[in-house]
Design a protein around this ligand. Structure first.
Ligand SMILES: Cc1ncc(COP(=O)(O)O)c(C=O)c1O
Length: 366
């Protein structure tokens, strides 16, 4: 079996080894603080009895699953706490493929590169549906691409890399397409707390036995290193997903789950509001400079990313490396996200140096 290491790691390594100061706009690692309750939870954990340092329940701490279930309006038995949304997506796609409804996985173009990687890993075949220029997904195009061989449709809202937030109507229609073909709609909602448009609609808003929602606190609480995510399964798909999770991981990390539970219970909505404001300011700063440089760019409705296209400078790995060497700004090649954005570069707004990066780009391309 062949599958590629995501290009992401390659660019990160190149940036770290560069012989100059580099502004990192590659990763999706937030540079803002986690909530204070998270740090308090961790400190508290250090003084617990050693019995609390042993395996947690495989599907996650009961109170954490209950907290998630209450927030998402689902039954706690449907919730599996995973090693980030990364594992949640894997479990969901594996579950969809082993239902024997087909071997095809419908993905969007542009796409978050781990989905095609996981599809191949799981022995599925990929089929891409083009998103519009604004990043929106037309459910009719998805319907046209779907067939009796479709096992799974994978979508992500708010979207990495386009910044699109799909409206409620789109989510309803996507669930309907999944039901028509008895496939699974997998909705990855890791950026749900970074909706800048106020239009985010979770797939959980549509009652169905044909959808799985994945999410995580990596972005929500600015703790990508904790590796706490979750999947919400329909009742009849949950048990086998839990077995797969157990066979792969035994269980997740107990201290991480403990601190996350504390943070979810104690954190005020103002924490998330402040992060959205910070992000919105960075979008303004960065796109303002791109405008001045005469570049084409996207203005995200959500998530962390801006895509830019510079005349005569396609989004190849080679060009990304040259930009690191020449001006010390590291982005991601658009080609990593599929054919449709191969002329573009993606920049993650997760550095306080957004303004400086924008100035360097404006100087280089303006
Ligand atoms: C769309 C999307 N899904 C999943 C992930 C991974 O999330 P986690 O850290 O929870 O595994 C990312 C990380 O960048 C992402 O952008």
């Amino acid at each position: 079996m062949e599958y590629e290491t995501p290009l992401f790691f390659h660019v990160m390594r190149y940036a770290v080894r560069a012989d100059r100061d580099v502004i990192d706009m590659v990763s999706g690692n937030p540079d803002w603080e986690p909530p204070e309750a998270l740090r308090e939870g961790l400190r508290e954990y250090a003084d617990l009895e050693s019995s609390e340092f042993q395996y947690p329940p495989s599907d996650g701490l009961l109170e954490l699953r209950e907290e998630i279930a209450a927030r998402r309006g689902v039954d706690r038995d449907q919730v599996v706490v995973t090693n980030g949304a990364g594992e949640a997506n894997y479990l969901a796609m594996a579950r969809a493929l082993e239902r024997d409804r087909g071997s095809e996985v419908l993905l969007t173009d542009p796409v978050y590169p781990y989905y095609p990687g996981k599809t191949t890993l799981l022995g599925g075949s990929q089929r891409f549906v083009a998103a519009g220029e604004d990043g929106q997904l037309d459910p009719e195009r998805v319907r046209e691409a779907a067939s009796t061989d479709t096992s799974c449709l994978v979508v992500n809202t708010p979207n990495n890399p386009t910044g699109a937030v799909y409206p409620e109507e789109t989510m309803r229609e996507l669930v309907a397409v999944a039901e028509e073909y008895d496939a699974i709609l997998l909705s990855d909602e890791v950026y749900d707390h970074y909706d800048l448009s106020g239009t985010f609609a979770s797939a959980l808003g549509v009652e169905s036995e044909n959808r799985i929602v994945t999410d995580s606190v990596s972005k929500t609480l600015a703790i990508t290193g904790f590796r706490v995510g979750y999947a919400v399964f329909p009742h009849d798909l949950a048990e086998e997903a839990k077995s797969r999770h157990m066979l792969i991981n035994v269980a997740g990390s107990r201290p991480a789950q403990y601190a996350v539970l504390d943070a979810l219970r104690e954190t005020d909505p103002a924490y998330h509001e402040a992060n959205r404001e910070l992000l919105a300011e960075r979008v303004e700063t960065f796109t303002g400079a791109l405008e001045a440089a005469g570049a084409e760019y996207t203005r995200p409705d959500g998530a962390f990313y801006v895509m830019a296209r510079f005349e005569g400078y396609p989004g190849t790995l080679e060009n990304v490396e040259a930009l690191i060497d020449d001006i010390g700004v590291a982005g991601m090649p658009g080609e990593a996200f599929g054919d449709s954005r191969s002329d573009w570069l993606r920049f993650a707004l997760v550095t306080p140096r957004v303004e400086e990066a924008a100035e360097r780009l404006a100087e280089r391309f303006g």
